[in-house]
Design a protein around this ligand. Sequence first.
Ligand code: HEM
Length: 418
Amino acid sequence: MTMNQPVPHDSSLDNSLTLLKEGYLFIGNRVDRYHSELFEARLLGKKVICMSGAEAAKVFYDPERFQRDGAAPKRVQKSLFGEKAIQTMDGEAHIHRKVLFMSLMTSTHQERLANLVMEQLQSSISKWAEADKIVLFHEVQKILCRVACDWAGVPLKESEVVQRAEDFSAMVDAFGAIGPRHWKGRRARNRAEEWIREVIEDVRSGKLETEKDSALYAIAFHSNLDGSKLNTQLAAVELINVLRPIVAIATFITFTALALKDHQEFKEKLQLGESNDLEMFVQEVRRYYPFGPFLGARARNNFVWKSYEFNKGQLVLLDMYGTNHDSRVWDNPNEFRPERFKDWDEDLFKFIPQGGGDPAKTHRCPGEGITIEVMKKSLDFLVNQIEFEVPNQDLSFNLDRMPTLPKSGFVMSSIRQK
Ligand code: HEM
């Protein structure tokens, strides 16, 4: 958009239903239609500014201009994040809480988690080999749930794994939903919070012992800026804020398997097991396939950007999916090409599958290192440690369902150790 052109207004009376219908493409479709990286729409009767692209991401992550307080709808807090969690904080208090999360995501933690995932994958081979077929998404969810709890110091009985894994997934599955899927996510959150509150109480009372470098210990004994501890409920919410997203890596692992099947040309290279090749492949999975659709924030003050007057309190949505497919940044964005990450400039705003900016200073996901390392190990496992067949199945995924996944969950058969 050039200066002084009016910002396009989407002509619909209300876009809420269209948003659900167009899903990941809602913002991008209008950015293309209006030839503008920002436009006004109405959602649930309220004016919302939708923005896309690296420049928009840069302004969205400017703490002088945007804040999170009041941005996340209650329904998302009650299912996905939990109420009053880090996602809703601003300023100094947010940075202080973020230090806690960043301390749990160091390269040592990343490596430990990735190795635990590899061990679990390897020890599943014999069981998978005996089965007629397995659904990768479900198997990996269970593995990640065991690993997340083990790593975090949260006791988990084998008999609980299926229910707990399903609950973590249901919270994520609820984010773009209305009706039963939303309510399922809320029930799952209530159950998980009740469980984790008890774990927090047990570790605080000394009934449960845990390593000092565990996520459970760090969160249970974390001090706020004023020296107080998190109340039990909030400590549970924040611990779930690391357990749930580890389980959610199952979505990216399932898309990784789909990418491998659809792009056999990369197999030979990946068989060498070189870290760089594995990394480029998983980065392209995170860019190409849909997971997070968009993010919300509110204008902190009145300001003008791209000749649009933002008023204090104005709600904005930043298009994550569209930014990762922006043809101004990515050549042939709708082609799967891992080599594009060979000379990647690591720009903090062009590639935002888990948010943008500096994770220590903004709301960008602190778990990207963990996600990438766990995905690399899983890719290496799929390519180099097992052989399998991919029977006929429906591997399509809908861009109008948020979050989405290949419909079959990726069925594998005739699994053998290599
Ligand atoms: C499955 C892959 C993942 C995806 C797609 C993902 C995506 C995201 C996104 C989009 C945000 C919000 C960024 C923003 O608000 O600006 C976020 C925040 C966050 N993520 Fe992740 N994430 C993933 C994995 C993880 C992992 C493995 C962890 C921890 C172990 C984690 C922990 C968090 C936390 C604590 C926040 C809140 C940060 C803040 O508000 O400052 N995520 N993630």
